[in-house]
Structure formats: structure tokens, C-alpha cells
Design a protein around this ligand. Structure first.
Ligand SMILES: Cc1cc2nc3c(=O)[nH]c(=O)nc-3n(C[C@H](O)[C@H](O)[C@H](O)COP(=O)(O)OP(=O)(O)OC[C@H]3O[C@@H](n4cnc5c(N)ncnc54)[C@H](O)[C@@H]3O)c2cc1C
Length: 251
């Protein structure tokens, strides 16, 4: 579906990481499935470059917030993103979507509380966190018997988008575990954050025996996504249990 929307800037959710919203005409988009993405394109932007006026972005908000859809992105200085920083609030923006199948399985209503034993394991490289926020905000309150694990890797703690929100979710939902890794520490790290490299062993040590039944979701820069998928498969995870969302355009 293609439609015109209205752009709203929300604010920074990590270093050089902007959250923004697109307000769609009421009722035009009935719903979407968390994990899906959209293609957003400026109409007559004041700045352009060879990379074009449009980009794909994962939806970061849950469906209940429609007709508002939220997104988050790293500001890199491209013309598209300078417009995100500078264009007046209320500017028109084109929306195409929702698209993609990087989504959770349907949890049958009868198994919601009792017999779903597979842990859901999310692995986010940097800004790859975006689809997981939408999925968790939607799925956590409805699926208390399912275990959700979110592993994030960032360069530095300041780059970790929505970390306070996920920490709060892990305090309020016993079925949600949040593990944060950074590759360097420019300040003293708070409890629960470590310097290190994410490996399948770390996932399995954290999740325990249940890990072998898990469904694994990896999102972020394409090189990170493919190398972590390969590592999981080398560690014995079947390919059919791994879903990937490579954010083409990042390196
Ligand atoms: C499914 C999906 C979901 C994504 N979700 C997010 C998200 O939630 N947040 C986020 O920040 N990013 C996301 N991305 C990546 C996003 O679309 C951008 O590619 C990324 O943000 C980099 O954009 P940039 O303007 O900073 O970089 P730039 O390098 O300026 O632009 C990258 C874009 O330019 C295009 N491009 C590259 N070279 C050329 C060329 N020579 N000519 C024409 N076009 C070219 C690429 O296709 C890419 O879309 C997602 C990508 C995909 C595929």
C-alpha cells in the first residue's frame, strides 16, 4: 500500500540516533505485523544526493499506536537523513508498506499460557534493535508463558537505542531477559552491561537447555547478520530456526 503521511520528529534515543514518526491518514492501514518494515520517501526534499530520496525502515512501534508509525535510525549525514534532522515537523512523506516476513510465529491461543516451550531469541547488531522493539511491545504482555531473550551488541553504551526502556521491560516482565554487550567502554559500565564479543556460546549459557528448541532472529548490518547466522549454524542450530533481517545500506 502507498499513501502520503505526515512526518514528526520525536527525539534522540541513542547517540546520533533519531526516532521519528509518520502519521498516516486514519484507517488507511488497518494493521501490520511487528517485525515488518516500510519504504519512506521524501516528497520534493530540500536536500538530495545520488543515494535517493527513499529508504527502508523497520517499524519500531506496535500496531496499537496506529495511525502513528515510529521509526529509528542512525544519522549518517546522507541527504535523506539530513532531511530527517532539519525538515519542519509536519512535512509530507510517502509511505509504502508494510512489507517483510521477519515476524514472530502465530502463538495459538490455547498454547499461549501453557505449552509453548520454544524460547524466542533476538540478536540485534546496533540499530538492528528496531524490529524487536515493535515485536516485544506487542508480544510480551500477551504471552507470559513464553521466554523472550534479547541480546544487543553496540560499539559503545551510548549507541544502545531504547536501552532504558528494555531494562524497564526486563524488570516488569519475568519472561523477558535483556543482555547487553559493547565492544568498548568509554565510561564505567552499569550492572548488566559487559564488554565482549557476542558468540553462540554466550547465548546458550544464558538460555540454558531450552536453547536447542529456540527460534532465533538476527537483525542489523548485513555482515553481522550473516556471520552470526553462520556461527549459530556451526554451533548446531538448524537453518530453519533462524530468521534474518539484514539492513542493506549499512556496512
Ligand atoms: C528491511 C530493512 C530494514 C531496515 N531498517 C532500518 C532501520 O530500522 N533503521 C535504520 O537506520 N536503517 C534501516 N535499514 C537500512 C536503511 O534502509 C538505510 O540503508 C541505512 O539507514 C543507511 O542509509 P544512509 O542514508 O545512512 O546511507 P547511504 O549510504 O547514504 O544510503 C544507503 C542507501 O542508498 C542506496 N544506495 C547505495 N549506493 C547507491 C548508489 N550508488 N546509487 C543509488 N543508491 C544507492 C542503498 O540501497 C541504501 O538504501 C533497513 C534496511 C532494510 C533493507
Amino acid at each position: 500500500m502507498e499513501t502520503g503521511g505526515i512526518f514528526h520528529r520525536v527525539g534522540y534515543v541513542a547517540r546520533k540516533t533519531l526516532m521519528f514518526q509518520v502519521e498516516l491518514p486514519s484507517g488507511v492501514l488497518g494493521t501490520f505485523t511487528p517485525g515488518q518494515y516500510a519504504y519512506l520517501e521524501w516528497k520534493d526534499p530540500p536536500l538530495t544526493d545520488v543515494k535517493g530520496n527513499g529508504r527502508n525502515f523497520s517499524i519500531v512501534s506496535p500496531p496499537r499506536e496506529l495511525p502513528l508509525l515510529s521509526f529509528a535510525t542512525r544519522l549518517t549525514g546522507s541527504a535523506f537523513k539530513k532531511c530527517l534532522e532539519e525538515i519542519p515537523d509536519g512535512a509530507p512523506i510517502l509511505f509504502s508498506g508494510p512489507m517483510g516476513e521477519f515476524c514472530l510465529p502465530e502463538f495459538p491461543a490455547t498454547t499461549r499460557q501453557l505449552s509453548w516451550r520454544k524460547p524466542i531469541v533476538f540478536v540485534a547488531g546496533g540499530i538492528g534493535i528496531t524490529p524487536f522493539r515493535s515485536m516485544l511491545l506487542e508480544a510480551l504482555p500477551q504471552n507470559e508463558a513464553i521466554s523472550f531473550f534479547l541480546f544487543t551488541t553496540n560499539h559503545d553504551l551510548e549507541d544502545s537505542a531504547f536501552r532504558n526502556e528494555f531494562e524497564e521491560l526486563s524488570r516488569t516482565h519475568k519472561n523477558f531477559f535483556f543482555d547487553q554487550l559493547v565492544s568498548q567502554a568509554s565510561t564505567l559500565l552499569p550492572r548488566g552491561v559487559e564488554v565482549g564479543h557476542l558468540t553462540p556460546s554466550r547465548l546458550f549459557e544464558t538460555i540454558g537447555e531450552k536453547a536447542k528448541d529456540g527460534l532465533f532472529y538476527i537483525a542489523g548490518p548485513p555482515s553481522m547478520v550473516s556471520s552470526f547466522k553462520t556461527a549459530l549454524m556451526s554451533a548446531g542450530v538448524l537453518e530453519e530456526r533462524i530468521k534474518t533481517d539484514p539492513f542493506l545500506g549499512y556496512f
